[in-house]
Structures are given as C-alpha cells and as structure tokens.
Design a protein around this ligand. Sequence first.
Ligand SMILES: *[C@@H]1O[C@H](CO)[C@@H](O)[C@H](O)[C@H]1NC(C)=O
Ligand SMILES: *[C@@H]1O[C@H](CO)[C@@H](O)[C@H](O)[C@H]1NC(C)=O
Ligand SMILES: *[C@@H]1O[C@H](CO)[C@@H](O)[C@H](O)[C@H]1NC(C)=O
Ligand SMILES: *[C@@H]1O[C@H](CO)[C@@H](O)[C@H](O)[C@H]1NC(C)=O
Ligand SMILES: *[C@@H]1O[C@H](CO)[C@@H](O)[C@H](O)[C@H]1NC(C)=O
Length: 358
Amino acid sequence: MSSSFLHQRQQQQQLLSNPSPTSPRSLLNQQRSTISLFSRTGLLLLLSLMVVLGVFFPWIGVFSGFGSNQSSDLKWREYTLAEAVSFVGKNNGSVIVCAVSQPYLPFLSNWLISVSRQKHQENVLVIAEDYATLYKVNRKWPGHAVLVPPAPDAQTAHKFGSQGFFNFTSRRPRHLLNILELGYSVMYNDVDMVWLKDPFPYLQGYHDVYFTDDMTAVKPLNHSSDLPAPGKKGRTYICSCMIFLRPTSGAKRVLKKWIEELQLQPWSKKAKSNDQPGFNWALNKTAGEVDLYLLPQAAFPSGGLYFKNETWVQETKGLHVIIHNNYITGFDKKIKRFHDFGLWLVDDHALESPLGRL
Ligand SMILES: *[C@@H]1O[C@H](CO)[C@@H](O)[C@H](O)[C@H]1NC(C)=O
Ligand SMILES: *[C@@H]1O[C@H](CO)[C@@H](O)[C@H](O)[C@H]1NC(C)=O
Ligand SMILES: *[C@@H]1O[C@H](CO)[C@@H](O)[C@H](O)[C@H]1NC(C)=O
Ligand SMILES: *[C@@H]1O[C@H](CO)[C@@H](O)[C@H](O)[C@H]1NC(C)=O
Ligand SMILES: *[C@@H]1O[C@H](CO)[C@@H](O)[C@H](O)[C@H]1NC(C)=O
C-alpha cells in the first residue's frame, strides 16, 4: 500500500468525520438544519460546501471500492509492518509503538491525547493484538494500526499474569527487532502511561538502548545513567514499559537476547511471569557489549513512586515527563487513579485524540 493512498484516505476521513463520522449527505443535512438558506452566510456556506463536495466527490468515487467499513477493513488485514512503519516513520527516523488489545482502547486514547499534546502523534504505530482493534483504529485514523499475524487469543490475552498475557507480551521484542531491522529508531510505550512533556530531548547522546527503573526507592537527582546493580532476585528491575532503541547492532543484540530469554524461561503456573524479567536478564547478559542508558528517575518515575510518595512529587515538581500507572492492577483501579491525579484525559479531551470519541 502506498503512503499517498493513506494520505488521501486520511484527508477524506477528516473531512467526513467532522463533527462526527458521517456520510456527506448527513453532513449536508446537519448544515442545512442550523443555517438559514436565505441568509448571506447560509448561501455562501452552501456554495463552498458544494465546491468542497465537487472537489472531493471524485475521490469518493475512486474509493467507493473501500466505501463500506467492511471492505476497507479487508485492506488492513493485508497491511504489513514494513508498510506501516514507513508510513508513520516518514517525518523522522523514530517510530513510537504501543501494543493494544480491545479492552485497552480507552487507555490507548488517553495516552494518545498526551502524545498529541507533544505533537508526536504522527509517528505513532499501534500494534493491534486483535482484529477489532486493527479495524477500529484504522477506521478513525487510517494507517496507524497494524496487526502482525497470527492474532493471539483475545479472550485470555489481557489478563495480567496469565499465559495468554505472557504469550502476547512476548511477541513485542520481535516486533521491535523487526522495526530496527527496517532502519528506524523505535520507542515502545505501555498505554497506561501519560506524557507530561516531550520525552525525546531526554534521549541524549547516541546510546543503543534507553530505559527506566521500575524501583520505588528515591534516588538522588544526579543518579548515574548506568545499568543499576542487581536487586534481591539477582537481577535489575528495569521497566519493559518504556524503551527507546536505535537501529544499532547493540540494540538488536539486546532484543535477540530478550527473545531468547523468553523462550528459555517460558510462562509457568508457578512463576506467572510477564516479559519484564526476560528483558532484565537480557540487559544483564549484554551489558558489557552494549551501550545502555538509564533515564533520570525524576523524569520517568515508576507508578510506585509517583502515585505513592507525595513528598517526592512536590520535591521534583516540574521535572516529570512520563507517568506510568503501574504498581496497581485492574482496569477500574487504574482509571480511578488516573482520575484522582488529573491524568484521565479521555472524558473531557477526547477530541484531542486522533481517534476522537470511542
Ligand atoms: C525526531 O527524532 C529525534 C530522536 O531520534 C528527536 O530528537 C526529535 O525530536 C524528533 N522529531 C520529531 C519531529 O519527532
Ligand atoms: C501460549 O503459547 C503456548 C506456546 O506457543 C501455547 O501452547 C499456549 O496454548 C498459548 N496459550 C494461550 C492462552 O494463548
Ligand atoms: C551527586 O552529587 C553528590 C553531591 O553533590 C556527589 O557527592 C555525587 O558524587 C554525585 N553523584 C554522581 C553520580 O554524579
Ligand atoms: C548480572 O547478574 C549477575 C547475577 O545476579 C550479577 O552478579 C552481575 O553483576 C550482573 N551483571 C551486571 C552487568 O549487572
Ligand atoms: C518519599 O520521598 C521523600 C522525599 O524524596 C523521601 O525522603 C522518602 O524516603 C520517600 N519515602 C519513601 C517511603 O520512599
């Protein structure tokens, strides 16, 4: 699929989806009902509307093959990761990736509002974990979602700690590796995050992999940017929630090691693991050969620090960049906590999301 095709669809979509996703006919009706045809403005508006429709109708004709949702959905089934990455990565080398299944759509929207406020939304690629998500995102925001088959079992895939959850989070390092191999830098984010500032200026220097510490203990503001010392379990507690990688051999080495670790220590009933320990072992085992960079805690605090230590939050006011709503489980609890801290943006600011109101 060419990116010019996507461009056109996007413009067409924008025209038709304002103020709500409608057909040109109902757009006309809406205008008619509110503006008197006999007023000067009314006539002018009608005239310009006719011009606009005259200009855009040929397109609608061209795309009538994909006119209904169902037939354009079929198109997205064929959309490949390489096509999607070249579409979202065209302005800059960096691609911002998240991986989302249907239950997480409100979080996706919330995160996207915060990313849009920093003007980085055009570089976002949503890796859809199910077809419903693929279609929903691309209908509202063409080209910004891709599904890398096979789609994991959606029923079990979103329960934290389950084997299904492990199965689908363990696909992420492979997606990231594929993006690096296409020559792009990539930032991965969990969608239970909110950007308060632009994180890109914090990706200083030219290191291979940038990450954040998931520990809650307060560190000095000038803490080292080296990989921290291992904790109680013999490994570090680096978060797999926010990672930035450059398309270097070092970064690829870390991802390959991470994939290997996930295969070596598969999910078990006893451990109920997620993908994070594997990431930490991968960092531990590649640390000597790869240029790793720990981002500042004050800018990228864990949820266990930001939401639980008010003194620290006051002390570091103005320094926070991305807030992660972790150290809590359950959708409702996460939403309530975001609400309580003024970080649940979807209720009042849905229109700032490229997905609009869901
Ligand atoms: C492009 O990416 C670089 C990091 O690779 C970043 O510093 C810069 O802010 C990005 N610009 C845009 C417009 O995304
Ligand atoms: C997870 O993956 C394993 C190995 O591929 C498979 O046997 C299992 O059925 C999957 N489980 C779920 C719940 O997706
Ligand atoms: C941080 O600052 C303190 C006090 O100014 C200093 O003793 C310490 O060496 C610094 N640490 C690092 C990692 O630069
Ligand atoms: C890797 O883990 C081992 C075992 O916990 C530890 O002894 C070693 O210091 C770690 N290496 C690095 C670079 O963190
Ligand atoms: C909370 O933050 C304050 C200020 O940084 C720090 O002195 C204190 O140890 C922290 N409390 C906990 C429980 O970590």
